[in-house]
Design a protein around this ligand. Structure first.
Ligand code: AMP
Ligand code: MG
Length: 423
């Protein structure tokens, strides 16, 4: 394939799923690098290596509450032969002016306190008995014990987080530990979500004859956020060329990416395709997948725009399988982190799938005696959102199969990553 989407109007042939995915990703690049503060960094992808500007910890400090001592003073200390040391001072976490420990002396020290000059070892308080300004030590911990050396976690200059690393909580903690307040990342894409259709009514407003709730925009906003991107829900657009033209132009001007639903198939009032084609090179095409065949993609006034079918299940599945990887590409994720993870499961019952199309079946997963079992979540119609609500994953039936028997192995795209499927 030389161009994507195919440049013929309404091409009769279906685009194989893998080609559609590759064609979309091919046209997208990570968003330009920006500095973000630590508070906004979670989930972002680092755009440059981060090296430690300082040692971590920055100074030798105590790992225990106890006494800082000269290790050599404790040679031979034991239950039967305690060593008596004179307590000459105290060091807390945060103490800056430190007493010096001379031979035969000890300084009371708290966890995180700087090891004072002269001392090289800490004796935990549990191994001691204090009497006035004397401490009896009943254990030789060995020289250097219970001291966290400067730089033992990270040496100044070491790369602590490489470019491409996704900033998870531990990474954010590390950035703060080495003194960073802001980092260069690929920012989260800002996604404009648009619904089209004369029949759509807001949740909460009265439903007139022939009207339905606009569920797609809420669904898509949630999917966008779950993919780690930012979402803005635009006003819904009527099936009217002028309204669509204005609405899409505004969305394209405001966002890094536009997701729209409805109007991309062959209905009488599906003006969406025509309007999108005028705005840029957005073209409609049909992907060899079920559900979700009619789609549109391209640049509208320079902004990538993905047109999804109106049926809520189609919308859901195409988002998960094609739009989510696109948004993650913009966010700078590597090729191995674009898609949701997959597991292999055995089908709990037989399934059918149309010839020549990949099917994404909504399944529930259970851990059986022989590994994971995937069971269809009832009616798989493309308007039946309950099938998605009940689903733990999407079972993938490749295009070459028209039916699979119970017990067949299938790949399942995990929708609930926070559950322990892999036992
Ligand atoms: P369309 O792709 O515009 O032909 O719509 C296909 C089906 O999806 C129709 O039954 C529409 O009523 C329905 N639909 C379109 N947009 C939405 C939406 N935002 N929320 C719920 N259903 C929708
Ligand atoms: Mg419509």
């Amino acid at each position: 394939m030389t161009t994507f989407p195919p440049d013929r109007p309404n091409p009769p042939d279906l685009v194989p799923f893998a080609e559609a995915r590759a064609g979309v990703l091919e046209r997208l690049r990570p968003l330009p690098v920006r500095e973000v503060g630590l508070g906004d960094a979670l989930g972002c992808v680092l755009a440059a290596d981060v090296a430690a500007a300082e040692d971590l910890p920055p100074f030798a400090n105590s790992a225990m509450d106890g006494f800082a001592v000269r290790g050599a003073d404790l040679a031979g200390a034991g239950e039967a032969s305690p060593v008596a040391l004179k307590v000459t001072g105290e060091v807390f976490a945060g103490t800056g002016r430190l007493p010096t420990v001379q031979p035969g002396e000890a300084v009371r020290i708290m966890t995180g306190g700087a090891v004072p000059p002269g001392a090289d070892t800490v004796v935990p308080v549990e191994q001691t008995a204090a009497e006035g300004d004397t401490v009896l030590v009943r254990l030789d911990p060995g020289p250097g014990r219970f001291v966290r050396e400067a730089g033992e976690d990270v040496r100044q200059g070491t790369v602590v987080l490489p470019r491409g690393r996704v900033l998870d909580p531990a990474a954010v903690g590390m950035l703060a530990s080495v003194g960073r307040r802001a980092v260069a990342v690929h920012p989260r894409p800002h996604v404009m979500v648009v619904s089209t259709g004369d029949e759509l009514v807001e949740p909460g407003d009265p439903l007139g004859p022939g009207q339905i709730r606009d569920s797609n925009s809420w669904l898509l906003v949630a999917q966008v956020r779950a993919a780690g991107a930012g979402a803005f829900r635009c006003d819904k657009l009527r099936d009217d060329p002028a309204a669509l033209r204005r609405g899409f132009a505004l969305a394209a001007a405001e966002g890094d990416f536009v997701v729209t639903s409805g109007g991309v198939s062959v209905g009488e009032r599906d003006y969406t395709k025509q309007v999108l084609a005028e705005l840029g090179d957005v073209r409609s095409f049909r992907v060899a997948m079920q559900p979700g065949m009619p789609q549109a993609f391209g640049l509208a006034a320079g902004t990538p725009l993905y047109g999804l079918p109106g049926n809520p299940v189609s919308c859901f599945v195409v988002f998960e399988t094609l739009v989510r990887p696109a948004l993650r590409r913009l966010a700078g994720h590597g090729d191995d982190r674009l898609d949701r993870p997959r597991v292999v499961a055995r089908l709990g019952g037989p399934v059918r799938s149309p010839a020549g199309k990949v099917s994404f079946l909504r399944v529930r997963l259970e851990v059986g005696d022989d590994g994971l079992v995937a069971t269809i979540t009832g009616n798989q119609g493309s308007g039946v959102l309950s099938s998605c609500v009940a689903a733990d994953g999407l079972a993938v039936v490749p295009p070459e199969h028209t039916e699979l028997a119970a017990g067949s192995a299938v790949q399942v795209i995990l929708l609930r990553e926070d559950m322990a499927w892999v036992s």
